[in-house]
Design a protein around this ligand. Structure first.
Ligand code: ZN
Length: 157
């Protein structure tokens, strides 16, 4: 079986919240795509409830594109402790952290229900399973803890 980098990470050694560069992939013409581990909750110590995570997903999809160039996708981990972020090029971790921080600040301090995109049955695969309250509260918790530039040491928080 192919080796998946995420399964080689020692999840007991990291100190969340953090942003970590997983890999840079190159296409045949040299284009670079970066894959980041955006970890919000300490693994095996907690997880964001599904409805709150789902609403963060919808809001951060739009917010992060306003704060970081080249976003291809940001999708939640099945373990509900964070997100994979896929971006064109090779943005610095410090710039990714800044974009994530601004996005969470919007969710924590400003977002109203009308700001959550794609929450109709036409636009979402489980439109009943959302919680803006949970999204706000978890965004506040993550911002209060600070987002580290390093997965193993608390840097820049
Ligand atoms: Zn959805």
């Amino acid at each position: 079986m192919a080796e998946v980098e995420s399964f080689t990470l020692d999840h007991t050694a990291v100190k969340a919240p953090y942003v970590r560069l997983i890999s840079v992939e190159r296409g045949p013409r040299g284009d670079a795509i970066s894959n980041f581990d955006v970890r919000f909750v300490q693994p095996n110590e907690g997880e964001i409830p599904t409805a709150g995570l789902h609403t963060i997903e919808h809001l951060i999809a739009a917010q992060l594109r306003d704060h970081l160039d080249g976003v291809i996708d940001i999708s939640p981990f099945g373990c509900r402790t964070g997100f994979h972020l896929i971006v064109w090029g090779e943005p610095a971790v410090v710039d990714v952290v800044a974009g994530i921080r601004e996005s969470l600040r919007f969710i924590a301090e400003k977002a109203e229900w009308a700001d959550v995109p794609g929450v109709s049955a036409v636009e979402c695969g489980n439109y009943r399973d959302h919680s803006l309250h949970s999204a706000r509260e978890w965004s506040k918790v993550i911002l209060d803890q600070g987002i580290s530039l390093d997965a193993f040491e608390r840097v820049g928080v």
